[in-house]
Design a protein around this ligand. Structure first.
Ligand SMILES: [Zn+2]
Length: 872
């Protein structure tokens, strides 16, 4: 127990409380030490109070204060967030445990990967180890409850001295992430304060609540593009592999008050079954504790299916972690919302009616709903997970061992036994990026020292081998293996209409990235060395008689080209393929300062290979184009944010265009290319009549007038004039409907408005061919994959007297289109184009009907975007 100096006037109370602890659960008995500052004292209000939000900078200060005041808490700043705010990890445990944190981490690491550890040693580790629990808050920044709850949870743990709290401190290492998205927390808090007391009070943030990715930060767990994701992956997938992880969210306002684990159907297979039982076990204890507290409206085993996207709480079961979420009904940020009883509704998975049922025995009756209600329910759920882990420390640890051991054995016995990433690839550097991303997940990757033959295929030296005989075989299976979303009565309604998966129907990273990965069987008979650190290839620089050549198949070559153009170094591009020499799309650099080229080669990994041919072959000068991209309000457009991020990674300059910029017209004098990211045309124009709304968007009239956006009819006319005068309008996905309809292009989207039973493709990888003789598809292979989502487009060309004005760049194969995911009605799109360029006036419209840069994950098709941004 913690030693504190207790002021004399508090002593009788303290003694009395201590005496009563054995009989009464002492939930509210905090040691009233003068040395511990409560959240209420520090913030000046109870966290969760109406119309109050504690801002992240103050919360950080509070944790630093608690760290100085309590030996039970240790604060680690994992580094700066995207916009340079501290990203905190807070360890909470007994002082004795915190003093041997590294030793306990190593014990946990052995239990989580017991390969080569004896059973006897495991027994000793289980006896000696502590249960590890991670809980993260407010990943989605408008879901503010978690971050407001976290300091109070920490305070309870450092200030309570009852047996229940002490048991948690002694048996659990709690890693609290008080805010998963510090930048967004600050944006939303400041926004809320701005709207407070106005008629717009409580409306959601009008832009992306993360500089680049907004709500999609939970779609980034397997590719970890954002630094926040990288911090979490380091903690959760490599350094500490917790036994339980809970991510606290909010949901809509009109159903259950809080969803707690486990998930509903369907679940994604290939995790150890124990992990699903654990989620039911934790969830039952959470629900039980909520009922014990008399908190109504708690539901479990409903709404959220176990097959979701590979966000943090959904990927963790395959890391052998009980990965769970809670979802609380939203208020209007910190403003309470009144809900009439007859507004409450079911209609969700596992909750068909808003009526009492086994998993929902106490429906909330309606009335005022406050942020404080959310904070209380979340805090009970967070505490319950710590409580049950503490009461069952040895069981939890032994099961962590069992999951890891059994998954390793399953991987060794199953098919495939391994995945091979061949050294020979269309884009070798993107294959290296894939390997690095696998290692971020804590997956063991080995590399062949020499050429080897496996299942009759010759693999070159340097090929990578990812064995399934390792604890994370479930993650490997879904990131590298072909995936089919279930199509059965779990995923169809009574009249067999398909039910939309929560997000994508697969997350096959290798397919998204266009990297060849072969499943193999049997023992891989190669001499292998474990890859121990991220691979950072340094490109070489060797000059030929004519200059240097850069491989146009590499995404990284575009980054190199941008760096060259930044320095004013001339770049040319080949327009024909010469057998045994250059390919159409390769970049040619006649000359440049050696030191600059060496730096660029090192930074990008791209080889500057010697070129000794005739430089007078068909080539064109590469010109940097002036790129503008449209940005709107109504919660922001996540595809726009991801596109911005992708362009920045590869060094493409761009200008963000808002309504006024577009409406002002004369666009062709300022821009060569204008990008409309994937979006509903009604959202772009602001002209009502299309779909829209929803919790993350809202209606125009919900927002202050200066946050209502839309280019209007003037903007549409300005975009048309831009194309007529020579500009390139580049559209992604559903944004293509705007020029198709408004400019009357001779193109029809054949999947528009089709009922789901006729055509259905919710986030799948489909087989396509690329016309890589067209500059827009330079550097692409002849065949590959495209990621097609609901809202993506497939094109039919209407007969005109100038059909040559339409060029098709990406076309679906004639049959068996589905590589991974879920596809109904493939005959609708077979042989149709999904990327087309349409000449109009002096310019053109380039329609990319699918997600070529989806979430910065689809590296396999990035070049289709990049090519459109490099001119001649
Ligand atoms: Zn959320």
């Amino acid at each position: 127990m913690r030693q504190t100096t207790i002021p004399v006037r508090f002593l009788p109370v303290f003694v009395a409380l201590t005496a009563s602890l054995l009989a009464v659960p002492a939930r509210t008995t905090h040691a009233q030490s003068a040395q511990l500052t409560s959240p209420e004292q520090f913030f000046g209000f109870q966290l969760g109070a109406d119309r109050q939000i504690a801002r992240w900078d103050k919360i950080v200060e509070y944790y630093q204060l608690l760290e100085r005041q309590s030996p039970r808490l240790k604060v680690v700043n994992l580094g700066p967030s995207t916009q340079d705010n501290p990203f905190l990890l807070v360890f909470i445990s007994s002082p004795a445990n915190l003093a041997r944190l590294e030793e306990l981490r190593q014990i946990n690491a052995k239990i989580s990967d017991p390969r080569g550890v004896s059973e006897a040693e495991i027994e000793r580790l289980v006896a000696d180890g502590k249960a590890v629990v991670i809980q993260s808050m407010s990943l989605h920044a408008t879901e503010i409850g978690g971050t407001q709850m976290a300091p109070e949870l920490a305070w309870d743990l450092v200030s309570r001295n009852d047996a229940e709290a002490q048991r948690i401190l002694d048996n659990v290492i709690f890693l609290e992430i008080p805010c998963f998205n510090p930048d967004g927390q600050i944006m939303v808090t400041d926004w809320y304060k701005k709207t407070l007391g106005t008629e717009y009070e409580g409306v959601n943030y009008p832009s992306l609540y993360h500089l680049y990715v907004g709500h999609d930060n939970n779609r980034d767990a397997f590719q970890t593009n954002m630094v926040e994701s990288q911090y979490m992956a380091k903690i959760m997938f490599r350094e500490w592999i917790p036994q339980a992880y809970v991510d606290h969210h909010h949901m809509g306002s009109y159903g259950a008050r809080i969803y707690v684990p486990p998930y509903a159907e369907p679940i994604r297979p290939a995790a150890d079954p124990l992990v699903w039982r654990e989620m039911s076990w934790y969830g039952a204890h959470i629900a039980y504790k909520e009922e014990e507290e008399g908190l109504s409206g708690v539901i479990n085993a409903a709404i959220y299916s176990g097959w979701g996207h590979f966000g943090f709480h959904w990927i963790t079961p395959f890391h052998n972690i009980a990965g769970m979420l809670t979802e609380s009904a939203s208020a209007r940020l910190a403003t309470p919302i009144f809900i009439h009883p007859d507004q409450l509704r079911g209609g969700a998975r596992g909750l068909p009616e808003y009526e009492a049922q086994t998993t929902f025995p106490d429906p909330w009756p309606g009335g005022w709903w406050h942020l404080r209600d959310i904070v209380e329910r979340q805090k009970v759920s967070a505490w319950a997970v710590l409580d049950i882990a503490a009461r069952n420390r040895e069981t939890v640890l032994r099961n962590a061992y069992l999951k890891a051991k059994r998954q390793t054995e399953r991987g060794a016995a199953g098919s495939p036994s391994a995945f091979v990433i061949p050294a020979s690839q269309h884009d070798v550097l993107t294959a290296v990026t894939l390997v690095n991303k696998l290692m971020v997940q804590g997956i063991e990757v080995r590399q062949a020292k020499r050429e080897f033959v496996q299942n009759g295929v010759v693999y070159g030296a340097g090929s990578y081998v990812v064995s399934m005989a390792q604890p994370k075989m479930g993650v490997i299976r879904w990131l590298l293996g072909r995936t089919f979303y279930p199509d059965n009565s779990y995923t169809r309604t009574g009249d067999s209409t398909p039910i939309r998966p929560y997000d994508m129907s697969g997350d096959v990273m290798a397919e998204f990235m266009g990297v060849r990965v072969d499943p193999v069987d049997g023992n891989v008979g190669a001499e292998l060395a474990t890859v121990t650190a991220p691979i950072t290839p340094a490109g070489t620089v060797r000059k030929g008689d004519a200059g240097y050549i850069l491989d146009g198949r590499l995404n990284a070559s575009f980054q190199a080209v941008n760096l060259l153009l930044d320095r004013g170094i001339a770049v040319r591009r080949a327009d024909t393929t010469v057998e045994g020499g250059i390919r159409a799309g390769d970049f040619f650099v006649p000359a440049g300062p050696e030191s600059a080229l060496v730096n660029i080669a090192r930074q990008t990994g791209v080889d500057f290979a010697p070129f000794s041919g005739h430089a007078d072959r068909p080539m064109h000068a590469v010109k940097r184009l002036r790129v503008g991209m449209y940005q709107r309000y109504y919660g922001g457009n996540i595809d726009e944010g991801w596109t911005r991020w992708t362009l920045e990674q590869f060094g493409f300059p761009y200008t963000t265009l808002v309504d006024a910029d577009i409406k002002a017209g004369r666009l062709a004098s300022k821009y060569d290319v204008i990008i409309l990211p994937a979006d509903a045309p009604s959202r772009i124009t602001g002209i009502r009549g299309g779909s829209g709304g929803g919790r993350f968007g809202g209606r125009p009239e919900d927002y202050p007038p200066e946050y209502r956006s839309g280019i209007g009819r003037d903007g549409v006319a300005a975009l048309k004039a831009f194309v007529d005068e020579g500009g390139t309008l580049l559209t992604f996905g559903e944004a293509g409907t705007l020029p198709i309809d408004e400019f009357e292009l001779p193109i029809r989207n054949v999947v528009a408005n089709l009922p789901p039973k006729e055509f259905w493709c919710p986030g799948s990888t489909l087989k396509v061919t690329f016309d890589n003789t067209n500059p827009l598809a330079y550097g692409m292979p002849e065949e590959g994959l495209a990621v097609f989502l609901a809202g993506s487009q497939a094109y039919e060309i209407a007969p005109t007297d100038r059909n040559e004005r339409v060029q098709t760049l990406v076309t679906f194969k004639d049959r068996d289109l589905l590589q991974s995911g879920w596809l109904l009605g493939e005959q609708v799109i077979a042989k149709k184009a999904t990327m087309a360029s349409v000449e109009m006036g002096k310019g053109r419209v380039v329609l990319i009907g699918f997600r070529a840069q989806h979430r910065a994950q689809t590296h396999g098709t990035f070049k289709l975007v990049f090519n459109a941004l490099l001119g001649r």
